[in-house]
Design a protein around this ligand. Structure first.
Ligand SMILES: O=C(CO)[C@@H](O)[C@H](O)COP(=O)(O)O
Ligand SMILES: [Co+2]
Length: 222
């Protein structure tokens, strides 16, 4: 099954609650929250108070993507604010196994994010400990960028390893996802797709979301 996680980075922040409710009604399965610190990535966005404010607004899982240095310092705050998934960049975690344990200690599902150039070998020793791998298909920091196709072989490779080992890990894709780019990612084995501008820039968000989801579902049937 193909799940869509709209990224609120592309939403209208002056009415964020309505923007979240709209995509929930349209059939979204998660809400993706992009946290940027101006150090790990060249942009600043939102912190735990936004997660806390959105928690009562939706029943959907909150998928918190931390693009920050020293994520260990903020995991408790995001967990207590209501995150369901917390994903950390392998490039920002010198003690990745400890960070994953810390996330799980708060009852939150841990995930690891790989930048487009980062090999999957960097996470091979934590695969038993995580619930999600998030592949960046743009360089993190901004919405509305162009999808990087060279990530697809990595998705295929990890998907094969997950099947061979019988692991229960979701593969999520983030960056430049639309009706066309979802196709090779779904065929490579990904199941969760973040979409920011491809949903929130459209007048009919419901149709945009459903078109992307249907394109992904068609891709795995053919
Ligand atoms: O994490 C990020 C960017 O760093 C993403 O979640 C973007 O917010 C996705 O936006 P689109 O590429 O779908 O517009
Ligand atoms: Co993201």
């Amino acid at each position: 099954m193909i799940k869509i996680a709209p990224s609120i980075l592309a939403a209208n922040f002056s009415k964020l609650a309505e923007e979240v409710k709209e995509v929930e009604q349209a059939g979204a399965q998660l809400i993706h929250i992009d946290v940027m610190d101006g150090h790990f990535v060249p942009n600043i966005t939102m912190g735990p108070i936004v997660v806390e404010a959105l928690r009562p607004v939706t029943k959907l899982p909150l998928d918190v993507h931390l693009m920050i240095e020293n994520p260990d310092d903020f995991i408790e705050s995001f967990a207590k604010a209501g995150a369901d998934y917390i994903t950390v960049h392998v490039e920002a975690c010198p003690h990745l196994h400890r960070t994953i344990q810390l996330i799980r200690s708060f009852g939150v599902k841990p995930g690891v994010v790989l930048n487009p150039h980062t090999p999957i070998e960097s996470i091979q020793h934590v695969l038993e400990d995580i619930d999600m791998v998030l592949f960046m298909t743009v360089n993190p920091g901004f919405g509305g960028q162009k999808f990087i196709h060279s990530v697809i072989p990595k998705i295929q490779k990890l998907s094969t390893i997950i099947k061979e080992k019988g692991l229960n890990i979701e593969i999520e894709i983030d960056g430049g996802i639309n009706e066309d780019t979802i196709i090779p990612c779904a065929q490579a084995g990904a199941t969760i797709f973040v979409a920011g501008s491809a949903i929130y820039s459209k007048e009919d968000r419901s149709k945009a979301l459903q078109d992307i989801q249907e394109a992904g579902e068609r891709a795995i049937l053919t």
